[in-house]
Design a protein around this ligand. Structure first.
Ligand SMILES: NC(=O)c1ccc[n+]([C@@H]2O[C@H](COP(=O)([O-])OP(=O)(O)OC[C@H]3O[C@@H](n4cnc5c(N)ncnc54)[C@H](O)[C@@H]3O)[C@@H](O)[C@H]2O)c1
Length: 462
């Protein structure tokens, strides 16, 4: 196959822009890829040996391409001018004020990027929406380009990113599918072909799906809504299991064996987190409301309410078990990232659980293998000298003098800890609340712990 020699610019050097462009640069050595961001610290980190985000395999991927055909810079306008294809990977958070507050996507960064492109482009570009955006955002981009540019007709494509943090490199290397939406005009089809050819460098052609713009834009929100819904569904069942002595992992195994249901994404937990699920479901809720579909909106909103309930329910179990008070009691927290293999804490269930425990005046000893201490403190709104939060360098020191251990992220290293060793260091009675059903509960019980997992009856201790 002919290798397309194209200049690529990606605006937004975050969790999506960085890894996605590193993969394109690795797989398409003839392409020149520039990743740009206004955040100077982030760009400096990408240009250093300590990357701004942690993902297994990312360091090697970036190292191999950086300086060859992968570049990181803050000079947005020059990079846009050089590019044939401009990916837009900026953040699209939930609006925190005004119309659509707490629901709608805040599109100001997307709008700003559209204006930058309109201002800088001296020839027609292919503009690719990589960010997750509400359906019909391409219309907004088109309108800005048409009115604030110099009359050039750019093509806007939708190419949502489906990678999962923690496995971003593997997902990018071997995606389930690549989705590309565009206009059904000859120019639209031509632009889509450029992107199809780019991905076809390493993705089997039958996994590259092309659709109309609006289907592609909407599919990303719907995919995340379905994934979040599965977690909320199994979490709702976990509450019923705790009340009935059924075991949620056994139920998940039994229902997941049905090929119509499938085994993935059925792990009950302390709740989902991450920057996307909540924001994208809320965005879907807002769109349903906007288009006059309140019943559909209420249906999806329940996914979020169930998740909030699951986090609250877990904290209440901890407080109730510890004789209705955690004031002044040390509690060990294992894991702060929203899932394993990432340093991302956005919307991590650990944040709301820790905040609730701090309101109850607990003293928290927190350890996470990849999240920096300052990021933990800033997520909890506490200063370095605050005696209520101590961030530890390793898992073992957190348990010293603690009344309970809470497992909030499923990091593999927690599995190898010896139950007897931690039991010995803790106040008695000593509890483990395993928010991920990660540890060996029988072994903990044998060591003397009282154990409470998700979706299973409590083990009262030996
Ligand atoms: N994080 C994920 O796992 C994931 C997965 C799929 C899709 N998405 C979507 O991808 C998009 C980006 O997510 P992310 O996690 O990478 O966000 P992020 O916050 O990590 O990165 C976004 C970057 O865009 C930069 N930016 C904002 N406005 C800019 C501008 N005008 N010019 C230049 N740079 C600008 C910011 O400084 C930031 O570094 C979001 O829409 C998100 O919903 C995220």
């Amino acid at each position: 196959m002919m290798t397309p020699k194209i200049n690529i610019c990606c605006i937004g050097a975050g969790y999506v822009g960085g890894p996605t462009m590193a993969m394109i640069a690795a797989k398409c050595p003839d392409c020149r890829v520039e990743v740009v961001d206004l955040n100077e610290r982030r760009i400096a980190a990408w240009n250093s040996d300590e990357l701004p985000i942690y993902e297994p395999g990312l360091e090697d991927l970036v190292k191999a391409a950086k300086g060859r055909n992968l570049f990181f810079t803050t000079d947005v306008e020059s990079a846009v001018r050089r590019a044939d294809v401009v990916f837009v990977s900026v953040n699209t958070p939930t609006k925190t004020f005004g119309l659509g507050m707490d629901r709608a996507a805040d599109l100001r960064f997307v709008e700003a990027v559209a204006r930058t492109i309109a201002r800088s482009a001296d020839r027609p570009k292919i503009i690719v929406e990589k960010s997750t955006i509400p359906v019909r955002t391409a219309e907004l981009i088109h309108t800005i380009l048409a009115h604030s540019g110099n009359g050039m007709r750019h093509q806007v494509l939708s190419n949502p990113e489906f990678l999962a943090e923690g496995s971003a490199v593997a997902d990018l290397e071997n995606p389930d599918r690549i989705l590309i939406g565009g206009e059904s005009t000859p120019e639209g089809r031509e632009a889509m072909q450029v992107l199809v050819d780019l991905y076809a460098q390493w993705v089997p052609r039958d996994r590259i799906l092309t659709t109309n713009l609006w289907s592609s834009e909407l599919s990303k929100l719907v995919a995340n809504a379905f994934l979040a819904q599965r977690i909320s569904s199994i979490n709702s069942i976990s509450a019923l299991c705790e009340a009935t002595e059924a075991d949620v992992d056994e139920v998940a195994l039994a229902i997941g064996a049905d090929s119509r249901i499938g085994p993935k994404f059925l792990r009950a937990s302390v709740g989902f987190g991450g920057s996307c699920f909540q924001k994208d479901v809320l965005n879907l809720v807002y769109l349903c409301e906007h288009f006059g579909l309140p019943e559909a909106a209420a249906y999806w909103e329940q996914v979020i309410q169930m998740n909030d309930w699951q986090k609250r329910r877990f904290t209440v179990r901890v407080i109730r078990a510890l004789f209705n008070t955690v004031a002044g009691k040390a509690i060990a927290i294992w894991g702060f990232a929203f899932k394993k293999d990432t340093n991302d804490t956005r919307e991590s269930p650990a944040i709301s659980i820790c905040r609730q425990l701090l309101q109850e005046r607990a003293v928290l000893h927190i350890y996470d293998p990849k999240v920096k201490p300052e990021d933990i403190r800033s997520a909890l709104g506490v200063g370095e000298g605050d005696p209520a939060v101590r961030v530890a360098e390793d898992a073992l020191t957190t348990v010293n003098g603690a009344h309970a251990l809470l497992v909030l992220t499923e990091w593999d290293e927690f599995r190898s800890v010896n139950p007897a060793q931690i039991f010995q260091q803790m106040m008695k009675p000593a509890w483990v609340f395993d928010g991920r059903n990660l540890l060996d509960h029988q072994a903990l019980r044998t060591a003397g712990f009282r154990v409470e997992g998700i979706g299973r009856a409590p083990l009262p201790g030996a």
